[in-house]
Design a protein around this ligand. Structure first.
Ligand code: ACO
Length: 423
């Protein structure tokens, strides 16, 4: 077995080298503290592998992304989102019978318990749908406790009901009646129907919207150990149930440096438009170290050349925007100009800051008339199968332990308590 030598306090120790199936190498430091008293320090975890995983492979330098070995480019071209859910969670592509059965399960579990509808009444109309989504997902555990149901069924329930929760949370904000799922519609069409139909007239789901949503969900379906997925694994490592773990992942995704970026991209473009459209001013601001401003939708922790998902979406965006007839949206023009300027600017080139998937997904969702506040919810719907797959993989690992990082303490050393009247 290959080893790496570490020299510490005048002593050499050999640490095993672990090699992944794509040749990625890691130094296994499991014995480090026991043997040396040292820990590693890696704020932001840029060099830390928290697990081994069979689910998703990323090579950030080369712009490679594969689910269970299949390149994202092929999946994006050929797959249906439900097939991708199956692939990620169960590890292989479903055959025709397996796929039909899985689709049937996801269709027949999409209704919410009627009592859950009452929860929506308690939220103010301005409630952010991510807050509603995370609370509702956690609440599913009150209806379907883990010890009373088999895990497969709870995974199905979560995938099936999350889209209903998401659509209901939107209907709540605009004061329209909830539209129930229809069993003759596929997964994506059903969601769009619940979002956009009203009881007073028929609604046919436009194919272009269905296909665009299918692609967007697929491109977000998993991304190995990102912030929200690590959160799901972290919470799940305490043996918290599936719904609780995923609700935590939803909260982690909400932040603007992660899934919340797609909402912030549009808000940033609107800000630039309302300020007269001078995008160069905002590029300059993003470069200014005295300013906190960042170009939302640019940069990625892992991709340092291009984000393959962004590349696919960029190609698709033109076609879809044309089909949707939204070419005259002034935000799209600002987005294109901003992208051009940033791609040529030395600051962005040097730091390898490229538009990420959220840059284009925000633009596409806007063209699809998904409200801006719902963008991160759309990301969460896409990421669900990845979270479930990662949670399931962790929980079925016999060697899994509760996640418990250490720290280097830098606070005050021991000192005596000071009485209140002497402070
Ligand atoms: N605009 C301006 N400067 C940036 C940006 C940006 N969007 N992103 C990074 N930088 C700069 C940093 O200031 C830093 O500069 P320095 O070296 O002079 O100090 C350098 O580029 C490296 O950036 P880090 O912050 O170290 O990169 P990190 O890997 O920690 O962060 C992140 C990655 C969070 C995505 C960051 O690029 C960012 O905040 N982007 C905007 C938010 C965004 O789009 N998030 C979505 C991520 S994709 C997703 O979740 C699907």
């Amino acid at each position: 077995m290959a080893t790496a030598k570490l020299s510490v306090d005048g002593r050499d120790i050999d640490l095993p080298v672990v090699e992944g199936s794509e040749g990625e190498k890691a130094i296994d430091i499991t014995s480090l503290r026991k043997e040396t008293g040292y820990i590693t320090l890696d704020p932001g975890y840029g060099n830390t592998g928290s697990c081994t995983s069979d689910i998703t492979f990323i090579n950030g330098e080369e712009g490679v992304l594969r689910y269970r070995g299949y390149p994202i480019e092929q999946i994006a071209e050929k797959a249906d989102f439900v097939e991708v859910c199956y692939l990620l969670i169960f590890g292989s592509l479903p055959n025709a019978d397996q796929l039909a059965e899985f689709k049937q399960e996801l269709t027949y579990h999409s209704l919410l318990h009627e009592d859950m509808k009452k929860f929506f009444e308690g939220y103010p109309p301005t409630a952010h749908p991510m807050a509603i989504l995370s609370s509702m997902v956690a609440s599913l555990s009150t209806y379907y406790p883990e010890d009373e149901a088999d895990l497969h069924l709870n995974m199905v329930r979560l995938l099936a009901k999350a889209k209903t929760i998401a659509a209901f949370s939107y209907k709540k904000t605009i004061g329209q009646p909830f539209i129930y799922p229809k069993n003759d519609l596929d997964y994506c069409s059903n969601f769009l129907h619940m979002m956009f139909a009203v009881p007073s007239e028929p609604y046919a789901v436009p194919e272009v919207l269905r296909d665009a949503l299918n692609l967007l969900l697929i491109l977000h379906a998993d991304h190995e150990q990102n912030c929200s997925t690590s959160t799901v694994r972290m919470v799940g490592s305490s043996q918290a149930n599936l719904f609780a773990s995923i609700a935590a992942g939803v909260c982690a995704l909400w932040g603007p440096l992660h899934g919340g970026a797609n909402q912030r991209v549009i808000e940033m473009l609107e800000m630039i438009r309302d300020d007269g459209g001078d995008y160069q001013k905002y590029v300059d601001m993003a470069k200014d170290k005295d300013s906190d401003f960042k170009l939302m939708g640019f940069g990625h922790r892992v991709y340092k050349n291009f984000d393959p998902r962004a590349r696919i979406l960029k190609r698709t965006a033109d076609r879809v925007l044309e089909q949707l007839g939204h070419r005259k949206d002034s935000l799209i023009d600002i987005a294109r100009n901003l992208e051009q300027v940033a791609l040529e600017d030395e600051y962005f080139v040097e730091r390898k800051l490229y538009p990420n998937v959220d840059f284009y997904s925000g633009i596409l969702y806007r063209a699809m008339e998904i409200p801006t506040q719902m963008f991160t919810v759309m990301f969460a719907l896409g990421r669900l199968p990845g979270w479930i797959a990662q949670w399931r993989e962790m929980r079925s690992d016999p060697g899994a332990r509760i996640n418990r990082p250490r720290q280097v303490y830098t606070g005050a050393t021991e000192r005596d308590w000071v009485a209140l009247d002497q402070r």
